[in-house]
Design a protein around this ligand. Structure first.
Ligand code: FAD
Length: 464
């Protein structure tokens, strides 16, 4: 028997239920990745994520080749590609791990129903601690508040053992042709990506190394996670997004570490809880699929967002707002494909509240520039900050970028790293916007007045 394993956001060999079951059940295995033009699939990926995917596919293929197999790359609508592969290889089984965006769920349901007529088809959960439909309120409805969701999730159980890497993965003698990874056209023509990728190592081995290197710092996570100048978080988000590591592996290794390092308990429980926020965002997207475009809070459907925001948006995108912490964050994003969570909240608050730019516009920019761009977490993060999502920051909570900067980057280390124009400023001045006539020519004046824009936002929010 021959199995096709259709890989998507599970680009790893360990703890990969589809691959594991395929190798246990069938004599030969064909791992396949398809560049499917479906909305929400790779043709819709942002530029930074496409670069990551290129390297991740390469890493996976190299890994498979050490086991005597290889990754088959194809382009086209998934169903006909799979049907053609089944016909040409005589495959009897098809396995995949689920992806949870609404368009993929609908596509996969149809593919399963169709292929089942001729093959055995099995799908699994490889990217969440629990399925989004497994943890519900007592009355069967989904959660909209994180704390009770997470309590219920912990009660339900999150600590299944990760699966080992398959021991053998025999390829059929007539392994089908594969496109070279370059043929997917994931890398940009103007090669800005090489500078960005200096900051990253891609692939399953790098993801596991990063987790294991993070755990010894875990005792300080609760405090360090708020300080953007430090490497106080795991920086696992792109690896989790592409499935180079599973949340189950992250939790399992954390628990294992805690057995011998109980002093890290409070810090690392908090880390696991952050993975819980990822679960929560998937839970919300699954139960409220319209939130990928519209606010969960329907009152925001009539919110009077600005419509002449092109100039301020461009300054925000380029890190030229004149607010040092915001500009540091936006430039970190542009140069590395990642931004610290605290700063994501501050820049999103300025855009949606002080500048009244619709949250969808910010979400789209993040989608294009983040290496960890993830529909569920991104939509959730934007709606949370804009005050229109689940468990959202109340509308009157408008981050003041100067106070946030003084609190979370007290020495200005993060700001100076990304905004070299402010290098010579002292620790007090480094947080403050430029003032008219201060002689500092190469840093912009503030894009907006914080006080009046805050009042304007509060008035508009009160109106809806
Ligand atoms: P750690 O602090 O080490 O956390 C471990 C893991 O938990 C993360 O890798 C991530 O998978 C998960 N996690 C942590 N915080 C959150 C959170 N608030 N929501 C959901 N999951 C979380 N995260 C993405 O993965 N993709 C996105 O596109 C994304 N967009 C965001 C947009 C906005 C406006 C905001 C405020 C947050 C967004 N986040 C997003 C959440 C969060 O900022 C990142 O997950 C986190 O910064 C990743 O860094 P880390 O791996 O070092 O996190």
């Amino acid at each position: 028997t021959i199995a096709i394993v259709w890989l998507r956001q599970d680009l790893r060999l360990a703890d990969n239920p589809a691959l594991y079951q395929a190798c246990r059940t069938c004599e030969q295995v064909i791992p396949v990745f398809i560049d499917d033009p479906l909305p929400s699939s790779i043709s819709q990926l942002g530029a930074a994520s496409r670069v990551w995917l290129h390297h991740s596919l390469q890493a996976l293929d190299t890994h498979l080749q050490t086991l005597g197999n290889r990754l088959i790359l194809r382009k086209g609508a998934a169903l006909p590609v799979l049907q053609q592969l089944i016909a040409s290889t005589g495959a009897t089984h098809v396995y995949w791990n689920r992806v949870y965006d609404p368009a993929s769920l609908a596509r996969d349901k149809h593919i399963k129903e169709t292929l089942k007529q001729t093959c055995e088809v099995h799908s699994f959960n490889a990217s969440l601690l629990n399925e989004p439909w497994e943890v519900l309120k007592a009355d069967g409805t989904p959660y909209k508040v994180f704390t009770p969701f997470w309590k219920a999730m912990l009660k339900h159980g999150i600590q299944q053992l990760p699966l080992p890497m398959p021991e053998r993965m025999v390829a059929p003698a007539n392994l089908p042709d594969s496109l070279p990874v370059d043929a997917l056209g994931l890398l940009p023509t103007i090669r800005w990506d090489t500078d960005m990728m200096i900051h990253w190592e891609v692939g399953e081995a790098a993801a596991m190394q990063k987790l294991l290197a993070f755990l010894p710092q875990g005792a300080d996570y609760k405090e360090a996670r708020n300080l953007p100048a430090q490497t106080g978080t795991a920086r696992l988000s792109p690896h989790l997004h592409f499935g180079e590591i599973s949340p189950r592996q992250a939790v399992y290794h954390t628990e294992h570490y805690l057995q011998t390092h109980p002093e890290a308990d409070s810090g690392l429980r908090h880390f696991v809880q952050e993975i819980g926020w990822r679960e929560f965002s998937y839970h919300l997207l699954y139960h409220f699929p319209h939130t990928q475009e519209r606010a969960l809070d329907a009152r925001f459907d009539v919110f009077p967002w600005a419509d002449d925001y092109a100039a301020v948006l461009s300054r925000w995108q380029q890190g030229q707002t004149g607010f040092p912490i915001i500009d540091a964050g936006m430039r970190e994003l542009w140069q590395t494909g990642w931004m610290h969570n605290r700063v994501r909240m501050i820049v999103a608050s300025l855009l949606t509240k002080n500048l009244l730019v619709p949250w969808q516009v910010g979400e789209q920019w993040f989608r294009d520039t983040l290496v960890d761009a993830d529909l569920a977490s991104n939509v959730f993060g934007w709606q949370w900050t804009a005050g229109c999502g689940a468990d959202a920051a109340p509308y009157f909570r408008i981050f003041n970028p100067i106070l946030q900067s003084q609190k979370f980057d007290p020495e200005g280390e993060y700001i100076r790293r990304w905004v070299p124009e402010l290098h010579a400023r002292d620790n007090k001045q480094v947080h403050l916007p430029r003032e008219l006539g201060d002689g500092l020519r190469d840093y912009p004046l503030p894009v907006v007045d914080l006080k009046t824009s805050r009042e304007r936002a509060l008035t508009l929010f009160k109106r809806i």
